[in-house]
Design a protein around this ligand. Structure first.
Ligand SMILES: [Zn+2]
Length: 207
């Protein structure tokens, strides 16, 4: 079976020969990403939500790296095969998430929930070195916070005491789980119904 699947992949590189055909809500296959779950049925990531384009999802199916949990109604065809696009897949092998996330601009913003740590604004975000660089402040998790350009300018190169401006949360390195928790506050605009059972957003449960 595995051999057969691998040969199928060779004949249909990256599933590129598949043609979309659908008359459902989704007009084309490109609008049908698959939600990717770890082997424990939790999403690999919440924000951005772990989604694969249909070509990558099908490739992983053929390589037997994932199980199909749920499918769209939309079908794709190759010369030899017709199948439904997966809407939810789960990895066959559990991938242990790293304990700590990478120190990136995006992850700093995410840790701070895209909120200026001085005034609470969500607009025009940039970064502020809590201890200014000119005073030896480093670009590290516990010295960088999200700040709007107005606050950033106002604080200038001063220390918090001098500026009378203090971050709402003392910056520190978050764990991956903590970032997931923040990410749950930002659900994408559209969720396919088949994803709902695997996602837990910060929304009130209906009684
Ligand atoms: Zn601000």
């Amino acid at each position: 079976m595995q051999k057969l699947a691998r040969e199928t992949v060779r004949k249909t590189p990256a599933a590129a020969e598949f043609l979309a055909s659908d008359d459902t809500h989704f007009h084309n296959a490109d609008a049908c990403p698959a939600l990717v779950l770890n082997a424990d049925y939790r999403p690999l990531s919440y924000y951005p939500l772990s989604l694969w384009g249909w070509q990558n999802a099908l490739k992983a199916v053929f390589l037997e790296r994932v199980n199909i949990i749920s499918e769209y109604k939309i079908e794709v065809r190759s010369p030899s095969l017709t199948l439904c696009l997966p809407s939810v897949v789960s990895l066959k092998t559990y991938v242990k998430p790293p304990k700590y996330p990478a120190f990136t601009r995006f992850n700093v913003f995410l840790r701070d929930a895209f909120t200026c740590q001085y005034c609470g604004s969500h607009e025009d975000l940039t970064f502020d070195h809590v201890r200014p660089r000119r005073l030896g402040g480093r670009t590290v998790w516990d010295n960088v916070v999200a700040a709007c350009t107005v606050c950033n300018f106002r604080k200038g190169g001063r220390l918090c005491d001098q500026a009378g401006m203090f971050p709402r949360q003392k910056p520190r390195r978050p764990t991956v789980y903590e970032l997931h928790d923040v990410g749950r506050k930002f659900p994408p605009n559209y969720l396919h119904e088949s994803w709902q059972d695997y996602l837990y957003w910060d929304s009130q449960l209906q009684p």
